[in-house]
Ligand binder design. Structure first.
Ligand code: FAQ
Length: 323
């Protein structure tokens, strides 16, 4: 449907054809769509879905790394990790604000997360088993997130695009600190080399899944690309990531857990074996190694924060000019 002409799409979506044509012309001119502007209901729905899921991912994403703050091997590493986890909380806040500009309330979004209606990134349902997982998350997971978010920084919706600019700057620092750790441990003692190899072996495939299903199995890509929310597809971004990471990890002496990995001279791409899509769908449907634990942690944080929300509401009411 999203390959069809504007008249046809307007009929399918029950939108005014002229308004839809004007909206699409603005996007084609590279203009940003702002909160008060006319937009199709489906554009609003897709953005709320994607931005709120993105916000949830940032917040749930604090958990795997947060678990290691008290176990960092030295003060420098602890300070870096603290700052990184705190940045992720900030990213969650910018993103919830961006979704609020579309009419979603914070309560609705949190309710959707806590009742399991909204998704968050599959990657955060895997455990962090040893300290080198922290460097691996930085280089691989933040690295993958940056590729996707650099694209989103150019998206057609103004508030999302602007939030992404700042988030990408911070994620770049996250990626660099992770890369520095992986390189250092890959040149370290036999134990450190074994630990970093183990971490990369565990995180490699789940990181590739972060980009989402193959394009042919991605129901949302058509509309997202038509309206300039995504400008690259899941498979294109995943391939860029593979092409960047494979030579760099191999240069560290790290083996990737893919017997089918090979360089294709003709396309200039590193080709991988088949991703375990059954695992991917299981994880996003709630049956990954850490789903239950992550949701329990978020529910507990929400319950523990009740007194703060109540205090803020009471303060706001007391100081309201209407009182
Ligand atoms: N996990 O039709 P598509 C980070 C769902 S931030 C879970 O291809 P779409 C920072 C998808 O929602 C990481 N679900 O979907 C950090 C859809 O289901 P729905 C998060 C996934 O939207 C680092 C269904 O599958 N980044 O890591 C996943 O076109 C370190 C069909 O898929 C963002 O959220 C997945 N991996 O493309 C924090 C960026 N993939 O909703 C802490 C914004 C797909 O229809 C530490 N989002 N699904 O029920 C996006 O760019 C897109 O939404 C994609 C998916 C690319 C994730």
């Amino acid at each position: 449907m999203y390959g069809a002409d504007v008249e046809q799409v307007a009929i399918e979506l029950n939108e005014d054809p002229q308004k839809l044509a004007d909206f699409e012309a603005r996007i084609a001119r590279g203009e940003k769509i702002e909160p008060g502007d006319w937009m199709p209901a489906e554009y609003r729905r897709q953005l709320i879905r994607m931005i709120s899921q993105h916000a949830h991912s940032e917040v749930v994403g604090m958990l795997p790394e947060g678990a290691w703050i008290t176990r960092a091997p030295n003060l420098r590493r602890k300070l870096i990790l603290l700052a990184k986890v705190q940045d992720e909380a900030g990213h969650g806040q910018y993103l919830y604000h961006a979704a609020e500009t579309l009419g979603a309330t914070r309560e609705e979004m949190l309710d959707a997360l806590l009742t399991g209606k909204a998704k968050y990134s599959s990657i955060f349902n895997y455990p962090t088993l040893n300290w080198t997982d922290i460097g691996t998350i930085g280089w691989l997971v933040d690295g993958a997130a940056i590729l996707n978010q650099t694209m989103l920084a150019r998206c057609s919706y103004g508030p999302y695009s602007r939030a992404m600019v700042r988030i990408c700057m911070e994620e770049n620092f996250h990626k660099k600190q992770g890369q520095e750790m992986v390189i250092r441990y890959s040149q370290g003692s036999a134990r450190q080399r074994q630990m970093i190899q183990d971490a990369i072996t565990r995180w490699w495939w789940p990181t590739l899944m972060m980009f989402g299903p193959h394009d042919a199995d991605s129901p949302n890509s058509g509309v997202l690309i038509r309206w300039g929310i995504k400008t690259r597809t899941n498979d294109e971004l995943r391939q860029d990531f593979i092409n960047q990471l494979v030579p760099d990890l191999q240069a560290c002496g790290i083996q990737l857990p893919d017997p089918d990995l090979r360089y294709d001279e003709q396309s200039g791409n590193w080709q991988i074996g088949e991703i375990d899509w059954d695992e991917f769908w299981r994880v996003i449907k709630g049956d990954g190694p850490m789903n239950a634990e992550r949701m329990a942690a978020r529910r507990k944080a929400h319950d523990d924060g009740l007194w703060v929300r109540e205090a803020l509401s009471a303060y706001a009411e007391k100081h309201s000019p209407l009182n």
